[in-house]
Design a protein around this ligand. Sequence first.
Ligand SMILES: Nc1ncnc2c1ncn2[C@@H]1O[C@H](COP(=O)(O)OP(=O)(O)OP(=O)(O)O)[C@@H](O)[C@H]1O
Length: 293
Amino acid sequence: MTTTTHTAPTDAPPDDRPRLRAAGVTMRFGGLTAVHNVDLEVYAGEIVGLIGPNGAGKTTFFNCLTGLYVPTEGTVSYRGTVLPHRSHLVTQAGIARTFQNIRLFANMTVLENVLVGRHTRTSEGLFSALLRGPRFRRAERESEERALELLRFTGLEGKRDQLARNLPYGEQRKLEIARALASEPGLLLLDEPTAGMTAGETTATRELVLAVREQGTAVLVIEHDMRFIFNLCDRVAVLVQGEKLVEGSPETVQNDDRVIAAYLGTPFEGEPGEAEIAEVRAAEAADREGGEG
Ligand SMILES: Nc1ncnc2c1ncn2[C@@H]1O[C@H](COP(=O)(O)OP(=O)(O)OP(=O)(O)O)[C@@H](O)[C@H]1O
């Protein structure tokens, strides 16, 4: 009957295995292939962006990484170990995520929400918890200290006793990040962290993600805000219709013709060419002349 708090060893030798390795991940829903044969690696110290038009398969891919979906094909490994298809075991292994649609405990306080995020890192024995023995109380105190540290880190310490539902939108997103960090992840997955944010909140989120990386957590982020992605990420992968189209530095990706075409679309066949435009202009001019005469 023990109460233990697991923390990452600080004097561990550097680990050059990727934090994340997705190999040949495919996800089919009936006849629809939402993700097709996608490989992606994320290393310690990296912030990697995952972009693509609506319906490209980004969230489905995240769900395959975090054990919510069992990929039809392919494997997902964390630090060299293939992950099980159970989300709580994936969190325990070291991957935490936030969701596109905020999933906080609305009627719990800010601090309680972060404490919930810590439960994968503490294992309290039943009797120890019932008796509230010294070990239990120590673990509880440590958890609270770490949760408060995360609230300071995310700039929410002044809101610790407010109900999550009363926070402004941008702070709810920050709280989601604080809660995800409470599980002490080696890899943080963010699904559209700036959706619905003001420009100021987006800048604050960028600073926060950079600080997360500084603390040793690798980050994989889905986002529609291209400016945010290209200013933040070390590497960007582009998904289009379930397939990885391009991967590279923000500069490489921004200048890739295939990426530009995927976002802006290729011209429709039959769109007016020079001849048609000249014809319309001539007709307009003739009209004007007719009107004047
Ligand atoms: N549970 C599901 N069952 C059936 N089809 C699904 C399911 N989840 C996603 N899809 C389909 O898979 C495709 C990829 O969807 P997904 O949500 O992963 O795209 P996305 O790139 O995250 O899009 P967005 O940027 O709009 O969030 C879409 O065609 C979607 O309709």
